[in-house]
Design a protein around this ligand. Sequence first.
Ligand SMILES: NC(=O)c1ccc[n+]([C@@H]2O[C@H](COP(=O)([O-])OP(=O)(O)OC[C@H]3O[C@@H](n4cnc5c(N)ncnc54)[C@H](O)[C@@H]3O)[C@@H](O)[C@H]2O)c1
Length: 358
Amino acid sequence: MGGRDPNMKILITGSNGLIGSEAVEHFDRQGHEIVGVDNNMRRVFFGPEGDTLWNLERLKRATKLFTHFNVDIRDRAAIDELFRARRFDLIVHCAAQPSHDKAREIPLLDFEVNALGTMNLLEATRQHCRDAVFVFLSTNKVYGDAPNEIPVKELATRYDYARPEEFEGVDETCRIDRTLHSLFGASKAAADLAAQEYGRYFEMKVGIFRGGCLTGPSHSGVELHGFLSYLVKVTLTGGNYSVFGHKGKQVRDNIHSYDVVRAIEEFTANPRPGEVYNLGGGRENSISILEAIDRIGQLTGRRLDWRYVDESRKGDHICYISNLRKFRQHYPGWKITRDLTSILEEMIAAHQAHPAAR
Ligand SMILES: NC(=O)c1ccc[n+]([C@@H]2O[C@H](COP(=O)([O-])OP(=O)(O)OC[C@H]3O[C@@H](n4cnc5c(N)ncnc54)[C@H](O)[C@@H]3O)[C@@H](O)[C@H]2O)c1
């Protein structure tokens, strides 16, 4: 791996989750020593459907040098102890309350996990292993609804950007204040800014990735988080799906968890302190809800039972495509390896193989 030690000690928070578990498997395959931290809080946020223990059990079977700790990232003393006992070379911070809509029911918990939890990890890194690379998974919700100010045109099945200058999507110059974020967007923005400061002010090797829709087969998809995963699940299990507002023409760009982890790996090999990158599937992997329903129907041979609710989610993006130019320029070795069809086929196969697990 580029300039990094071939045998790293890696801390991965949120290791039972979509991105965390992909990172555990990826780095374990390369022979690194992995410490995973996850307290299954996704179940607390979303109930039994959000339970991630199936994924932890899967990881334990699939890995060689992975140790899991049932630690809460809000617990500063426990985090400090973890760092005191080990010298990490890389911290991949994926633990979060990840839902835009959920945050309004649990504002304090959301802030504690997303903002305070991130501070606990950044500061423990500074105290115990300040040369380590620290990667923070942020979100495009730090831009709030500012991306909705970009003029769009309405097409038959989706909205799209009206002007050629936005064709490739939203880049990192989009402003992050004076917009409607949701409390989730605000708690993540607080963490995103703090992480930038550890990079810029303390000159630590911190990188920030602002995710579009991150997806893959290891998502414990629930209605409030994990759009494609939940859509596949409901199509296959025969439940009802609600489409909220924008005529179902709202667009998301989707990136496979593997390509996210590959981006983390590229950054780790050549870190640029305090840099911020938008990371999604880009234009090629963009799809509207109407198009996704149709595509999943074709791939599964099943028709989704869905209804339209004429009220959009507060602050919901009308068309969001991540502009990947900056990351591609800084890390030309990285590319999207999974297109939308292969993402969906893999998810469908995973749901069919283990319907209860997801
Ligand atoms: N999935 C997406 O579409 C998406 C989009 C943009 C950004 N992100 C960001 O990427 C990161 C990873 O997202 P994901 O989709 O893998 O989420 P996920 O919910 O699948 O995984 C997060 C994991 O963190 C764990 N966790 C939560 N609170 C914890 C705590 N206090 N202590 C220890 N563990 C805790 C959960 O149990 C869960 O397993 C998050 O920071 C999220 O905000 C995700």
